[in-house]
Ligand binder design. Structure first.
Ligand SMILES: [Zn+2]
Length: 302
């Protein structure tokens, strides 16, 4: 009788250990996708921002407070990407576990390669939304792996009993990412050095990875809407440099990019900077890159 009880108690303990998945909230859908890869069935992951939203400007909703209130871990992109909307939500959630500096707060910008780091004093005047360096660093598979490594370390810290599981998940992710990256490199290899213009400065890591050259932006500074004089200069530069492709993120108004395409003869293509950015074909990090690279190759072939 006593023995049966112990066996049952152990069985329940085992069930409970699995049932209590870590509750992870991420600021972006890309961090969510990578965390699902590493955390597998030991985590429940929810992203606050949707992939089709501009991550600099997310409208706060009451439902976000509930998410944060119940979170064991909050992951952020950092570099002030979420400065306009996340800090008040963390405050109002009254969840001390996920405050900056606590064990349940993870800023992924700490362990990745950051481009466009400012030289000298940080300057937020003129509306520059990239004051600490480019926050769109997740758009490079090498950084995706660096994000996964940091996530694995943190999950292990919060759930030491599942360490071996998280390590195995991370290794599988690294292998699959390495294979996928080879495929993506091969697809873009014929276009090495091609010049493109992008709406927002979202793609420096991506373009450097695949050897493409961003020569201008529709925004005069990240977060600043285009002015007529800036567009006039941009058109002149695009014609002089024979730029064939304009890239825009899905959350901007297409009017300006369309008129720019018309006046320069360049092809306009919408690329998705985040998982879930399109209705289909961007369900996780791998399919996001498959879709974007396919779209980009088609545009560059023209
Ligand atoms: Zn940005």
């Amino acid at each position: 009788m006593k023995k049966t009880f112990i066996v049952l108690a152990l069985a329940f303990a085992g069930v409970n250990a699995h049932a209590a998945a870590l509750n992870v909230v991420t600021s972006s859908s890309d961090l969510a996708s990578i965390t699902r890869e590493v955390g597998g069935d030991r985590v429940t992951v929810t992203s606050i921002a949707r992939g089709y939203q501009d991550p600099h400007f997310v409208e706060p909703k009451p439902s976000f407070l509930l998410l944060l209130k119940n979170a064991d871990l909050l992951e952020v992109v950092g570099l002030d990407l979420e400065i306009g909307w996340l800090p008040p939500l963390i405050d109002q959630s009254r969840n001390n576990k996920i405050r900056p500096g606590s064990a349940g707060y993870l800023d992924l910008s700490r362990g990745v390669e950051i481009l466009d780091r400012p030289q000298g004093a940080v300057n937020r005047s003129m509306g520059d939304v990239h004051p600490l360096g480019n926050p769109h660093y997740w758009l490079d598979p090498a950084n995706a792996v660096r994000i996964a490594i940091q996530v694995e370390k943190k999950l292990e810290e919060l759930r030491p009993a599942d360490a071996a599981y998280f390590q195995a998940q991370l290794n599988s992710f690294k292998t699959r990412m390495n294979d996928a990256d080879k495929r993506w490199r091969a697809a873009l290899a014929p276009f090495r050095g091609a010049k493109v213009v992008t709406y927002h400065n979202s793609w420096p890591n991506f373009m450097r990875r695949y050897g493409l050259n961003v020569v201008g932006y529709i925004e005069p500074k990240p977060g600043v809407p285009p002015s007529p004089s800036h567009l006039f200069d941009l058109i002149g530069m695009m014609k002089a440099q024979n730029v064939k492709v304009i890239i825009m993120e899905p959350y901007f108004d297409a009017k300006t990019p369309e008129s720019l395409a018309q006046r320069t003869g360049a092809k306009l293509v919408v690329l998705y900077p985040s998982v879930g950015g399109a209705k289909s074909g961007t369900d996780d990090y791998f399919s996001l890159f498959d879709t974007d690279i396919d779209l980009l190759v088609k545009a560059l072939k023209n």
